[in-house]
Ligand binder design. Structure first.
Ligand code: SAH
Length: 396
């Protein structure tokens, strides 16, 4: 079967020539051959020049590019192996593989690794795969084969795409093991020497928020002797670091009961659970009802805006949350505040935090501007891949 061809309207080829990996439906002039959701198509400029190949999907982003130029490689076994090897070698160079200290890292960060729509996180000897597009969903068997070639020590590959693949593209999709299986025992991984129980089968995302690794290390520098409040704690990543760094006490809050159970388990793994208390509660009502003052507060909410249309409300949400947080900081204390909304830029986020400090009537200084770690790389050609931003403030 020959490849279906998508020809762009005149003048709509510039972004592809700059290796931006998305073709928007409005840029399409013509389609030839059988254009099927999740299948590979060739993309041509209006003059017939071949611009590359990608996965087709009906919708606003019509093609997610896999390779560029007239010699673009089709996604066969060799393609997947070379892309995954490239991603793995980057993580090896970052010192994330083969160290006893850290065995949890992101292996592929979608567009950031030239693999639009494909997230793979590694937890010790298990990889967890999430396809965010129909094309990546269909490619999972080839991806799983290639993964075993690139990381021979892998014992299992868990597919968690049922939550992320567009429902129409994968009717009846179910999570499950593509290779190997669960040992049936608790899965303990290590991040910078800190043990964490991870439940990728029932947990949020792939099971752990790997993207806060560097920011947790920074918090550990400031936690000794401090009274710490970790809100939206999920499985208590920041809490465990604070405990092990010598915090005076740590309070963790999350609305999910299951998350709080795992946070408590993880605090127990530090052996310092006597300094820890966890609350399964809404953060806003927790802060409203608490008279306590803390020396260090972490605000790491879920994305308040998933689309541009929700951005204004999200900014109001960040302002309200940060004002509440700032009010609970003891004079001279620190605020670690984050946004993982891709549509809220660092500048807009800083504006919301500024408005919060004004509302709370507390002067503050920026000590650090934070982002996602190196195993969540951003392609220069796809700045949209940057999503995590954070500020560390000293609050007077
Ligand atoms: N900081 C965490 C990741 C946070 S993810 C880490 O390092 O692992 C966001 C978390 O916020 C989720 O666990 C979710 O259950 C929780 N959450 C969402 N809305 C909430 C609310 N209103 N109150 C408390 N927790 C909430």
């Amino acid at each position: 079967m020959s490849l279906a061809i998508i020809t762009l309207k005149p003048g709509k080829d510039q972004s592809l020539r700059r290796r931006h990996p998305w073709v928007f439906s409005g840029a399409i002039g013509r389609m030839q051959g059988e254009v099927v959701e999740g299948e590979v198509v060739q993309v041509q400029a209006a003059n017939g020049e071949v611009l590359g190949v990608g996965h087709y999907a009906p919708g606003s982003i019509a093609v997610r590019m896999l390779d560029f130029g007239p010699a673009a490689q089709l996604p066969d076994a060799a393609f997947w192996e070379s892309r995954l090897r490239n991603a793995y070698q980057l993580r090896q160079g970052l010192g994330l593989t083969g160290t006893g200290n850290t065995n949890v890292y992101r292996l592929t960060h979608a567009e950031g690794d030239g693999l639009p729509g494909l997230i793979i996180d590694v937890y010790g000897d298990t990889a967890v795969v999430q396809a965010h597009s129909a094309g990546m969903y269909k490619a999972r068997p080839l991806v799983a084969e290639a993964l075993q070639q690139v990381i021979p020590s892998l014992r299992a590959i868990y597919d968690k795409s049922a939550e992320t693949v567009p429902a129409k593209a994968a009717p009846g999709a179910q999570n499950g093991y593509l290779f190997g299986g669960s040992s049936g025992q608790e899965h303990i991984v290590h991040e910078n020497g800190h043990p964490f129980a991870v439940d990728w089968e029932t947990g949020q995302k792939t099971g752990f928020f790997i993207d806060q690794r560097d920011n947790r290390s920074l918090l550990a520098r400031y936690a000794p002797g401090r009274r710490v409040l970790n809100t939206f704690c999920y499985t208590g990543g920041f809490s465990s670091y604070a405990l092990q760094a010598g915090a005076e006490l740590v309070h963790s809050v999350d609305s999910s009961k299951r998350a709080i159970e795992l946070t408590e388990r993880n605090a127990t793994l530090t052996g310092l659970e006597n300094k820890h208390a966890a609350y399964a509660e809404d953060v806003f009502s927790f802060m409203k009802n608490s008279q306590e003052q803390y020396d260090l507060i972490v605000l790491d909410p879920p994305a308040f805006a998933k689309h541009l249309s929700a951005r204004h409300n999200a900014l109001m949400g960040y302002k309200r949350l940060n004002a509440a947080g700032i009010r609970q900081i003891a004079p001279g204390g620190l605020l670690f505040t984050f946004s993982c909304s891709q549509v809220v830029s660092a500048e807009l986020f800083e504006g919301a935090v500024l408005a919060a400090a004004i509302e709370a009537g507390r002067p503050a200084r920026i000590l650090h501007r934070l982002t996602q770690p190196a195993d969540h790389p951003v392609s220069l050609f796809h700045p949209e891949g940057e999503y995590l931003k954070g500020l560390v403030l000293a609050v007077e």
